[in-house]
Design a protein around this ligand. Structure first.
Ligand code: UDP
Length: 303
C-alpha cells in the first residue's frame, strides 16, 4: 500500500498491485481502489504472470518468522519460483526489476555493522532457512539474469521496517509490543532482550526504494536499506511502554532458534550513491505507529 500510494502521488504512472493476500489485507488498499491509475490483481507469484509493464517491484513473501515458518516450502517457492516468474516477465517485456531482499541474507552475523560485502552466516537447515536461503537464492537469480540476459536489476537488502498498516497479528516485535502495551497485557521479550535490531520507519524505506529503482544503470546493488540506530529489544520495550504510557509489565519467553544476536546496517553505499539517509527517529516513528494501532484497537475490540 505504502509503495503504491507513493508512486500514484508522485504521478505519471499506472500501478498494478499484485498480491495473494497471505499476510496483507485488501483493506490496506481500500483508499486506492477508486484511483483511476490503480488496479489490484489477486495472484500468487509462484504461478507465471503475463502482463505489459515498464517496472516491477518484487516484494512478495511474508517477512515475519511466524508467518514464513507456517508453510516453509511455500516460503522458499515464493522466493525462488516467484523471482523466476517475475524475472521472466521482466526479460520478456524488458522491464527494470527491483528485488526486496533482506538483512536476513546476513543470518546471525559475526561482522557488525553489516556491509554489503559481508557474505553472511546462515544456518542452511534451520527454521529460518526457508526465508533466508530463499532470499539468498533470489539474489543469485537476479544477478544471473543480469549477467546472462542483461536485465536491469535493483537489489535492496531491507532491514527491520515498521509503521502504520502492519498487520496486528504480524508477529513482529514492534507490532507485538505496541499491541501488548496498548492492551495493558505483559510485553513478551524472547530471550534476555539483549539481542539488537535497527528499526526503519516505513516512509524512509519507501523513499530509499524509489531512489534505488530510479538510480543509474551502473547501480544494481545489493544496497543495504535500514536505519542504523541500533537498540536492544529490552530498550525497545521500555521505549514503547514509556511513549504509550502503558502499565504493562515485561515478561521473558524462550528465544526462538537461530534468532540473530545483532543487526545494524552499514548504509555507506546508499548514502553515497542515492544520497539517502533515514530521517524519522525511532521515537517519532513509534508515536505514529502507536497512534495507528490505538485507532485500530478502538475501532475493532476483537483485535
Ligand atoms: N521478539 C520479542 N518479542 C516478540 C516478538 C519478537 O522479543 O513478541 C524478538 C525476536 O526474538 C527478535 C526481535 O524481537 O530477537 C525481532 O523480531 P522480529 O520477528 O520482529 O524480526 P526479525 O527477528 O526477523 O528481525
Amino acid at each position: 500500500m505504502h509503495l503504491s500510494k507513493r508512486i500514484l502521488v508522485t504521478g505519471g504512472c499506472e500501478v498494478l498491485c499484485v498480491d495473494n493476500c497471505f499476510s496483507g489485507t485488501r483493506q490496506n488498499i481500500a483508499n486506492l481502489n477508486n484511483h483511476p491509475n490503480f488496479e489490484f490483481l489477486r495472484h500468487d507469484v509462484t504461478f507465471p504472470l503475463y502482463l505489459e509493464v515498464d517496472q516491477i517491484y518484487n516484494l512478495a513473501c511474508p517477512a515475519s518468522p511466524i508467518h514464513y515458518q507456517l508453510d516453509p516450502v511455500q516460503t522458499t517457492k515464493t522466493c525462488v519460483h516467484g523471482s523466476i516468474n517475475m524475472l521472466g516477465l521482466a526479460k520478456r517485456v524488458k522491464a527494470k526489476i527491483f528485488q526486496a531482499s533482506t538483512s536476513e541474507v546476513y543470518g546471525d552475523p559475526d561482522v557488525h555493522p553489516q556491509p554489503e560485502g559481508y557474505w553472511g552466516r546462515v544456518n542452511p537447515i534451520g527454521l529460518r532457512a526457508c526465508y533466508d536461503e530463499g532470499k539468498r537464492c533470489a539474489e543469485t537469480l537476479f544477478f544471473d539474469y543480469h549477467r546472462q540476459h542483461n536485465l536491469k536489476i535493483k537489489v535492496a537488502r531491507i532491514f527491520n521496517t515498521y509503521g502504520p498498516r502492519m498487520h496486528p497479528n504480524d508477529g513482529r516485535v514492534v507490532s507485538n509490543f505496541i499491541i501488548q502495551a496498548l492492551k495493558g497485557v505483559p510485553i513478551t521479550i524472547y530471550g534476555a532482550g539483549s539481542q539488537t535490531r535497527s528499526f526503519c520507519y516505513v516512509d524512509d524505506m519507501i523513499e530509499g526504494m524509489l531512489r534505488l529503482m530510479n538510480s543509474g544503470d551502473h547501480l544494481s546493488g545489493p544496497v543495504n536499506m535500514g536505519n542504523p540506530t541500533e537498540l536492544t529489544i529490552l530498550e525497545l520495550a521500555k521505549k514503547i511502554i514509556e511513549i504509550s504510557g502503558s502499565k504493562s509489565k515485561i515478561i521473558y519467553e524462550k528465544l526462538p532458534t537461530d534468532d540473530p544476536k545483532q543487526r545494524k546496517p552499514d548504509i555507506t553505499l546508499a548514502k553515497r550513491e542515492l544520497d539517502w539517509v533515514p530521517k524519522v527517529e525511532i521515537e517519532e516513528g513509534l508515536i505514529k505507529t502507536i497512534e495507528y494501532f490505538d485507532n485500530l484497537l478502538k475501532n475493532d475490540p476483537r483485535i
